[in-house]
Design a protein around this ligand. Structure first.
Ligand code: FES
Length: 252
């Protein structure tokens, strides 16, 4: 396949960026999107030009490091698929492809297609740890977990933190990410001791960095793990419950 690429190039966080055009020739339809970029970079290296900087690690849809806007869609045209799992057979010979970094002021560009996602780390840090009683290892299954709760928690835990939800949201809200990270603990018996303090800390940290959710639902469509916006409703409910509990204790 031969493709025409328009790629966002930006030398650093304070540099002025812009699109540059490249030709990707002889790309196998079986190549992944990142392998196609590797091929373009090999040619740039041979020509003595700076390769295109892009994030990646596992290339198996697990780590959440990859992620770019492809023709305006986070992670490209195939739903439920991270950029590293997208294959070139989803495109046609002769296509033009525009590749941009995530666009959100809370995630500034570091270089080319790489953005700074450390605002997500601040939310996770605010969540702290769950209480664990140390001592002899308990018997397996000693804490019964209802099947529905276990399955919902596993769905939430499938969030890879890629930030496609933020990139897709017109408000750059991080509610889907935060809800997934809260609910995979809040839904389980082991997550109950810190359930409400964790919810308040993570939601309020999220609000420092990101816009507010106004129920567009774009996050759910962009999520490579198909995480449901139902988790946002669960998170909001836990946040309201936490406010009542504080009111009951302090009268404020
Ligand atoms: S590189 Fe790890 S999810 Fe894509």
């Amino acid at each position: 396949m031969d493709l025409s690429l328009k790629v966002w190039r930006q030398a650093g966080p304070d540099a002025v960026g812009g699109f540059k055009s490249y030709e990707a020739k002889g790309i196998s339809p079986e190549a992944s999107f990142l392998e196609m970029l590797d091929d373009v970079n090999e040619h740039l290296n041979e020509a003595g030009e700076d390769p295109i900087a892009f994030d990646h690690d596992c290339r198996e849809g697990i780590c959440g490091m990859c992620g770019v806007m492809i023709n305006g869609d986070p992670h490209g045209p195939q739903s439920g698929t991270a950029t590293c799992q997208l294959h070139m057979r989803k495109f046609n010979d002769g296509d033009s492809i525009t590749i941009e970094p995530w666009r959100a002021s809370s995630m500034p560009v570091i270089r080319d297609l790489i953005v700074d996602r450390s605002a997500f780390d601040r939310i996770i840090e605010a969540g702290g740890y769950i209480s664990i009683n140390t001592g002899a290892a308990p018997d397996a299954n000693i804490i019964a977990v209802p099947k529905e709760a276990a399955e919902a928690a596993m769905d939430a835990a499938s969030c890879i933190g890629c930030a496609a939800c933020v990139a897709a949201c017109p408000n750059s809200a991080a509610n889907l990410f935060t809800a997934a990270k809260i609910q995979h603990l809040n839904l389980l018996p082991q997550g109950q001791p810190e359930r409400f303090t964790r919810t308040v800390a993570m939601v309020e940290t999220m609000e420092e960095y990101f816009g507010s959710c106004t129920n567009h639902g774009e996050c759910e469509s962009a999520c490579p793990k198909n995480i449901s916006i139902d988790f946002i409703a669960w998170m909001n409910r836990d946040y309201v419950k936490a406010q009542f509990k504080t009111f009951q204790k302090t009268g404020q």
